[in-house]
Write a protein that binds this ligand. Structure first.
Ligand code: MN
Ligand code: MN
Length: 367
């Protein structure tokens, strides 16, 4: 539970004249409450009234787990046989009275649930968007959050080490994924932060390629993009390795991508802008003649979710501050030939930044 962030939310509500906030995104709920859960299609909600205690509303089967976290306010569970919105309306009427101005997450709340809110609180204005506030709060991480992100990052290092060992002649992408996830699960990591990518040869030239029965071949690259969820926080890192000696052209592309990654990471410090960091990496790749093959932003924020604010992209003039955490992940994807991406997530310090993952970025040759 994060009391300070809850207070920040209440201060914002006061400013905006909002008497009830409804947080619906599970990642954002985890951020405020410490309870990290995927409710699937069921309702998981955090309600924060301006003038009384916040409460969590969860599927009944998750209520005990929610109570076992650091969350010290009320938790209400509902059974699959019950109408959650009827219960929610009763709770709100009892605890808050008749809300006049309800804030929601416009980018997250599904239309059906918005409809229930309107139905049960016909007198309320429902228009204020909490999302920009949450983005602003989340963008600066506390020391405790950074400590957890470092732990999550070190699990990604374990995954790389195990995954590299599984790179063998004829091994399929899926076999390598199975090996590394098996090792993590044996050691207590219950969840990856997204579907692990292991892409061999020119399959890596697709930045969101699907791993499958494609096999590792000599003198080709294998791209690993992976991360775990650890105590509610995500890791995300990418390494590209060579199976036996790389082809000359592939090595050249690798070196350009690495130079872009290293220069951008060395450039990060408080006071520079998100767009400037993107440009440092992009200029390296463009000047080498491959700008058109780097077809995505340089990076994204990371925290309770893999992709969050801020975006490291052209046009984002956000000024970088100490405590911000984001990925630096240039890639060069030449269809039919070769794909390389190198990614570290970092946290910004007083005068630079430190990565969450420490696996070497020098080209690893596996044989
Ligand atoms: Mn990433
Ligand atoms: Mn990634």
């Amino acid at each position: 539970m994060n009391i300070k962030k809850l207070n920040d939310l209440k201060n914002w509500m006061q400013e905006k004249n909002v008497d009830l906030a409804y947080v619906s995104d599970p990642g954002h709920i985890a951020y405020f409450t410490g309870f990290n859960s995927d409710p699937h299609e069921r309702v998981l909600a955090l309600f924060v009234p301006l003038n009384s205690d916040p409460f969590l509303f969860t599927p009944a089967l998750d209520a005990e787990a929610a109570k076992a976290t650091s969350w010290s306010y009320d938790v209400f569970g509902y059974l699959d046989s019950e109408n959650p919105w009827k219960l929610i309306a009763e709770l709100i009427n009892k605890r808050v009275g008749t809300p006049k101005n309800i804030a929601i997450e416009k980018g997250q709340l599904i239309v059906e649930r918005f409809g229930y809110l309107k139905e049960f609180f016909p007198q309320a204005t429902i228009n204020e968007d909490i999302t920009p506030l949450i983005q602003k709060l989340q963008v600066i991480k506390t020391d405790d959050e950074i400590k957890t992100l470092i732990e999550a990052g070190s699990w990604a290092d374990v995954a790389f080490e195990t995954g590299f060992k599984a790179v063998k002649e004829g091994a399929t992408e899926q076999e390598i994924i199975a090996e590394l996830e098996y090792e993590l699960k044996k050691r207590g990591v219950s969840q990856m932060s997204f579907g692990t990518l292991v892409l061999a040869g020119d399959n890596a030239a697709n930045p969101h390629g699907e791993p499958g029965q494609n096999t590792v071949k000599k003198n080709e690259f294998v791209l690993f993009d992976l991360g775990v969820m650890w105590k509610g926080y995500a890791s995300d890192a990418t390494r590209t390795v060579s199976f036996h000696e790389p082809r000359e052209f592939d090595k050249k592309i690798y070196d350009i991508c690495l130079e872009a990654q290293l220069q951008a990471q060395a450039f990060v410090r408080p006071g520079v802008t998100a767009a400037q960091i993107d440009k440092v990496a992009r200029d390296v790749i463009t000047e080498a003649g491959y700008g058109e093959y780097f077809n995505h932003r340089l990076g994204h924020g990371i925290g309770t979710t893999v992709h969050e604010f801020p975006s490291l992209v052209e046009g984002n003039d956000l000024v970088i501050e100490e405590g911000m955490c984001f990925s630096i992940e240039p890639g060069i994807y030449i269809p039919g030939k070769v794909g390389v991406r190198i990614e570290d997530c970092v946290y910004v310090t007083k005068d630079g930044c430190e990565p969450f993952t420490t696996t070497t970025k020098e080209l690893q040759i596996i044989s």
